[in-house]
Design a protein around this ligand. Sequence first.
Ligand code: GCO
Ligand code: MG
Length: 421
Amino acid sequence: MFYWSETIVLLWSYAVKIASAEVFVGGPGKNYVTIKIRTDEGVTGVGDASINGRGLLPATYLKEYLIPCLIGMDPRKTEDIWQYFYRGAYFRRGPVTMAAIGAIDMALWDIKGKIAGLPVYQLLGGPSRDACLVYAHATGSDVEALLDSITHYQAEGYKAIRIQCGIPGMPEGYGVAGDDEDTKHFITDFTGLPKTEIWDTEKYLRFMPGVFEKIRERFGFDLKILHDVHHRLRPREAAAFAKEVEPYRLFWLEDPTPADDQSALKLIRQHSTVPIAIGEVFNSIWDCKDMMEQELFDFIRVSATIAGGITHLRRITDFADMHHIRTGFHGPPSHSPISMAAQAHLNRWAPNFGIQEYLVLGTPECDALFPSDHHMKNGMFYVSDAPGLGIDIDEKEAKRYSHQAHYHPIVRLEDGTMWNY
Ligand code: GCO
Ligand code: MG
């Protein structure tokens, strides 16, 4: 008599080892850093270690330090391997270390799913929803252009839209796409040495509330509106701004003030109930554990790449859930489709899922490099039901690309003082 359970146990009990791992750097307009791990049975898994502006660092960390230790390990031991590379580093944490660990972790979950014959979300605990809400990125050099951009994304079916607007008297602002081919997709790191952007807080604080008012006048209150302040305000300024924009019922106000100071958000919480999203720069739970325990924000923005992969994001998600915090993972265009796929599985499982960032870059070159059957429809993301992550890297396509030096802009105040990008 044929018993499935015995077959699964048989499958699960046989020895399997990691036989090789290869790192690919580059991609269409981005320095994606991708690892592809192979077992001695020929099962493969992929992971993303892309860090905007610092692409070669995680690639070197993987090739020189982690991959030599990985060969021969059992790929199913995702937790033990994560602990081996986290605790074994001695000098722990940091985006480069955690991106390298994260990429290996994503690839091992991919392999685990393929061995088990299940999509990763089933291994995490099964689906809590059929599809996951994503948000698009509307931008405009002035309010009218921004309103047109919002109309465009609403017509594409998006229910949630992030808005970034040019500020009169400030030639460039964060997240405002250019008009030319290069920057129309609002890319986040540019070829060539860092370009300088000028920032004036007063001009921003005076102008932005009126932008939200015009958006609500035109589109009403059903549309979920998000806005990224991008670390530009001091805590007092952020508290005053968060209080002033309360009437516009934002879905979230992101990175209002730099989070190096874990107590910085307290002042905002004392003055405003606007939902706060923070965490795309965090690379482990230790960067935000105290803030989460004090419930100083509402959405955690970590990414599977920078914050240590599926294993660590699951840990952060569960801890956040204990403190009424929902997920709002960081995503494309800052991370590769592989990291997006890993997060899509976490999003499908997480009981405290909030929203997923997703700029549809979807260029034919990107789809050719990372074939998958995940899909988007009406502003909702449907994760693949294929075993594992449901995405791959086409190794032939990957050979077309190599590392191109990219930098984030730097930001100065009008008097030349360095400020936060
Ligand atoms: C976002 C982020 C990005 C960052 C980028 C830096 O909300 O998507 O703030 O736009 O600027 O990830 O590399
Ligand atoms: Mg952001």
